[in-house]
Design a protein around this ligand. Sequence first.
Ligand code: BG6
Length: 485
Amino acid sequence: IPVDPFDLVVFGATGDLANRKILPGLYRRFFAGQIPEKSKIIGAARSEMDIEAFRAQARAAITDHVGKAKQVPAQIEAFLRVLDYVAIDAQGDAGWDELAAKVDCARVNAFYFSVAPALFGPLAERLHRYQMAGPEARIVVEKPFGRDLATARALNATLAAHFDEHQIYRIDHYLGKETVQNLMAVRFANILFEPLWNAQYVDHVQITVAETVGVGGRGSYYDKSGAMRDMVQNHMMQLLCLIAMEPPYHFDPDAVRDEKLKVIRALQPVQPADIVRGQYLAHRHCADEGALRGYLEDVENPNSRTESYIALKCHIANWRWQGTPFYLRTGKRLRARTSEIAITFRQPPHSIFDETDASWRENVLVIRLQPNEGMNLKVMIKEPGPGGMRLVQVPLDMSFAEALGEDGADIPDAYERLIMDVIRGNQTLFMRGDEVEAAWAWTDPVIAGWDERGERPQPYDSGSSGPEDALMLMHRDGRRWREIR
Ligand code: BG6
């Protein structure tokens, strides 16, 4: 959907996220003809540099992060002409008059806070003071949105002092992933699944986000955060909500977010016995080549008790899900990079076939978020041949890239989709303030529990599937994790 010319200011325009995701993503949208040439994309950061230096930085970001097929010189030049730059002091007054003169308050203007959360308040306050917080203004804030309920509340209050909730776009980039949105399409555009989508028919749900990378250069942030704050409170919680929520009355921002909020509020406290935390050890056979250091060395903190892996079991106390556990796991330096949601259905109540191995009878719907986005439904059929009625489980497999041809292979990155949603004024894929607070309200006591007990995460080998005890979390319920591969 085309948009009218707009102004987008990227605070933190020289940072890592801007170079890896925001600028390349904006270029790809420009290339697709979605950003009118009369728009302005204004980089703002502390560094004193002229516009040509900023354009050179953007050009390098495009070269490094955009596929070769889209690196068309004339298009790149045209995109660079849309860029502008202002050196700004987020906590002082330098640069603000200049920025205000460049932003046209009569048209849509968005301000992307790609900066440390400590600067969210000062930026919001200055946008207001320099009269850029008009009714057409939108602000985009990155995670982490607080580190607990108290800090998230304080952050919400700071932003609310200058902007209405409908102007605040809290990014969770998982919501911008194609397959994550497809979850809603699968559930609410088909009659097939909904009648089975409840505790009567679903035995359990597994949500896995496995990464091969370690904490890399982000050690100082990560060690204060850990997998629970970094992944579970936000990305995994959002996935869980989309699986578990009731059908919204309309695909509309507040209708969708109201339903997600109800799920978070219905989440039961997690019991200590239902959590396994881990920390990776150095290992030579890791998929991430050269990743030889263990977590403690990576974060340069030999006493760290922060988890780089977490597996937990949780329950949603409502009519739909009473009795169906949700198992969540995420970790760094695991065997493979794979994110998926697996919904395991209960077995048929009675088998008319003479089978010995009943465990094969379950139907599993797997939604692959990455890599190779798609869906896979495991169904039972008769094994071909004259050997009698022998059953075998086979996949009904669909890869988006194959099913949708070129369109499927050219899936836009989460960030570029989300930025365009900001410009269009569509908040459906952004977290509302009360949702973020409810997620922290559930997360806080879990973290406080292990802090009080002084628990240490269990070591696991890099390149493995995580700590041994995580297997037990499932085994003792007579279930097993799907393989990470
Ligand atoms: C980020 C986390 O939000 O998500 C990172 O801070 C994590 O630690 C990343 O690696 C995972 O995102 P993706 O899109 O690569 O699965």
